[in-house]
Design a binder for this molecule. Structure first.
Ligand SMILES: Cc1cc2nc3c(=O)[nH]c(=O)nc-3n(C[C@H](O)[C@H](O)[C@H](O)COP(=O)(O)OP(=O)(O)OC[C@H]3O[C@@H](n4cnc5c(N)ncnc54)[C@H](O)[C@@H]3O)c2cc1C
Length: 393
């Protein structure tokens, strides 16, 4: 039914943004999402920094989203609870890095979806495999309901466990020895935490707290203590209890934040990343097939750049496709150009996120200083990744 169309796999932030960007360039596409409905019911929030706002501006949804969240001022304050105002604390603090807001993931998904023409997203379409047709050598998408499509182009926005990435023979993503709990907590009478992104580190547990608006706080908690019991991963109440145990030595306001979290929003993830070497060496397009967003460059959340980088991908991909024609050969060239343009950008972002994560997770002061020195040498301006401009659509 969708033979000879541009098919996007996955209706997350990247898939929807890519569909919107292509639509703005006059290129028709269809998004195939495995879930039966838009995945806006779970998840917490995503940080959007100046580079992400530039991409949202290009997509024409920035203004709507600016009304959903307040800007926060300080971007990265770490208070080491054991030794406040320590050497590392001071070195890690930086402020005023341009427009930064923490948006509910739901708001981003809803805004992108609402900007698309109706019926562009097909729900309940789970991709099972991609194989090359033995006669034509064209890639064939096969879905779990048994249907098959031979599309004009395939853009895999199917997240960190991407089937499209497997088709491209990309190396499997790696696991950080860290898991992250995330949640949203509503304070009906307003919270008193100001407009700041603040983090607290005690022993191995890092807690981050960011205001979404004057009532809502997004928080996360990372720990190397990865729960073994698989039942816990799917049970938000069990995740909350587990988090409270991690926070017993943290200040009461932090514990209360986790205690009062909206259970629909509480989730736990084992953090993944695509190794920088694999990002530099991997083949991210082959003929008319490519990947974008987490499928290409899932990274640790330590810079809060996952969603912004996915939005940049959408703009760059659609620009390149818009500059070329829509024959299979021209699409192949456009995808090659997209990958060339993105490779260094996402490899650098991912490396900075990796080193930041290692520094925050470092078990000794010596180790932390070592990662810090490496970060300072490789990224003398730690904010420069936010200055990146993905350009016009
Ligand atoms: C439900 C959910 C909640 C999240 N919550 C948070 C959060 O609270 N905080 C945060 O920072 N980040 C969160 N993320 C991750 C964040 O949204 C992404 O890192 C970032 O936005 C890049 O997104 P993406 O579109 O590349 O990948 P994803 O957001 O992972 O989207 C991938 C999409 O592809 C679909 N998909 C996967 N496999 C198939 C298949 N075989 N066939 C068809 N469709 C498929 C998935 O259902 C999903 O909709 C969440 C992701 C999801 C899916």
């Amino acid at each position: 039914m969708y033979d000879d169309e541009v098919v996007i796999i996955g209706a997350g932030i990247c898939g929807l943004a890519t569909a919107l960007a292509l639509h703005k360039k006059g290129i028709k596409s269809v998004v195939m999402e495995r879930s039966e409905t838009l995945r806006n019911g779970s998840g917490t929030a995503v940080g959007i920094r100046p580079n992400g706002w530039r991409a949202l501006d290009q997509l024409g949804v920035a203004e709507i989203l600016r009304h959903t969240a307040i800007p926060f001022q300080s971007l990265f304050d770490i208070f080491f609870l054991d030794y406040q105002h320590s050497f590392i604390d001071c070195l890690l603090r930086y402020h005023n890095a341009g427009e930064a807001r923490c948006l509910r993931r739901k708001d981003v998904i809803d805004a992108l979806y609402a900007a698309l023409p109706p019926s562009m997203v097909k729900f309940g379409c789970q991709l099972e495999s991609i194989k090359l047709d033995p006669d034509t050598r064209k890639p064939v998408l096969r879905f779990i309901d048994g249907t098959s499509i031979i599309p004009k182009a395939i853009i895999g926005c199917d997240g960190s466990k991407s089937i499209v990435a497997d088709f491209l023979n990309l190396k499997p993503t790696k696991m950080f020895p860290i898991c992250a709990v995330r949640g949203l907590t509503n304070y009906p009478n307003g919270h008193s935490f100001g407009h700041e992104f603040t983090s607290f580190k005690k022993d191995d547990t890092l807690v981050g707290r960011v205001p979404v608006d004057n009532n809502m706080i997004y928080w996360f908690c990372t720990t190397p203590d990865i729960p073994k019991d698989e039942r816990l991963w799917k049970n938000p109440e069990a995740v909350r209890q587990y988090t409270l145990k991690l926070l017993t030595t943290h200040p009461q306001e932090i514990q209360q934040m986790a205690e009062k979290a909206d259970l629909n929003s509480v989730s736990i993830t084992h953090l993944r990343y695509r190794a920088q070497w694999d990002l530099l060496m991997g083949t991210f397009s082959s003929g008319t097939v490519t990947v974008a967003g987490d499928a290409m460059h899932v990274m640790g959340p330590f810079l809060g750049q996952g969603a912004s980088a996915a939005l940049e991908d959408a703009v760059v991909l659609a620009r390149n496709m818009g500059q070329m024609g829509l024959t299979r050969v021209e699409i192949g060239k456009a995808l090659d150009r997209f990958v060339r343009e993105r490779k260094m950008r996402v490899a650098r972002l991912s490396l900075q996120a990796y080193l930041t994560g290692m520094m925050l997770g470092g078990s000794s002061r010596v180790e932390k200083v070592m990662w810090f020195v490496l970060l300072s040498v490789l990224f003398p301006n730690p904010k420069s990744h936010m200055d990146y401009d993905c350009g016009d659509l």
